[in-house]
Design a protein around this ligand. Structure first.
Ligand code: UDP
Length: 238
């Protein structure tokens, strides 16, 4: 029996998390470190779904800002998440962690399509499922994909991995008096205008009563502590 607080989690990793201190792309050392952290919780018996972003490669909004058609740019952004998913899955393979990539856009020669039942089956068999291509729709984000897939697979919590170790009263880089919220309700977060996830993702989690824990993926052991139900980062609850 695992002492973990959750049986099934949905981990949202931004594309930028894979970049480390590089200016662009995928940093292999950083990816290996993230995989090691994920491996620790898989070995606790926790079922792990991952939604990966693409911001380290391409963001639809920045394409649109340069005059591209927004939907086209968003599809490019979704394809960027597929590359990240493949890099992450390959790093897992090298770390002897079983993983499958499922894409919301069909690229059958490369990765499995997203099939909910099959994803759940993989999870039950101890495989990490990496959900690529966001929701498969332009004008959405991978945060929303995390809320959506988390709800679909019956995850008990969405873990949002960021560079900052939680939600603060102000930007901790600019304000030395900024305080971290340990726990905050959805309503309080709205009332205080805190940007926990984008508005669509946040609304979906709130409706589904799916808690969100914001934490830093770069803090060693933080993912494990969140999964153990310890006070790590910020827990947003109903
Ligand atoms: N995207 C999209 N629909 C989705 C998810 C993502 O169109 O359901 C596109 C969008 O252009 C976004 C890009 O993919 O900018 C990369 O995702 P995101 O910005 O969420 O990645 P992150 O910020 O987490 O790295």
């Amino acid at each position: 029996m695992s002492a973990a607080a959750y049986k099934r989690i949905l981990l949202k990793l931004s594309g930028e998390a894979l970049m480390g201190d590089d200016a662009y792309g995928i940093n292999e050392d950083v990816v290996s470190r993230i995989v090691a952290e994920i491996g620790d919780v898989v070995r606790l018996g926790v079922q792990v779904g991952v939604v990966i972003g693409g911001g380290n490669i391409f963001r639809g909004m920045s394409g649109a800002a340069r005059g591209m058609d927004r939907a086209t740019a968003d599809y490019m952004g979704m394809l960027a998440t597929v590359m990240n998913a493949m890099a992450l899955a390959d790093a897992m393979r090298r770390a002897d962690l079983e993983a499958r990539v499922q894409s919301a856009l069909r690229i059958d020669q490369v990765v499995e399509p997203y099939i909910r039942g099959r994803a759940i089956r993989h999870l039950e068999e101890g495989r990490v499922v990496i959900f690529a291509a966001g929701t498969g729709n332009p004008f959405f984000t991978t945060d929303t994909a995390a809320a959506l897939r988390g709800s679909e697979i019956g995850a008990q919590i969405v873990l949002k991995a960021t560079k900052v170790d939680g939600v603060y009263t102000a930007d901790p880089k600019k304000d030395p008096d900024a305080q971290r919220y340990h726990r905050i309700s959805f309503d309080e977060a709205i009332g205080r205008n805190l940007a926990v996830m984008d508005a669509t993702a946040f609304a979906l989690c709130r409706d589904q009563k799916l808690p969100i824990n914001v934490f830093s993926i770069f803090k060693p052991g933080a993912l494990r502590r969140v999964v153990m139900g310890e006070d790590e980062g910020t827990l947003v609850h109903s």
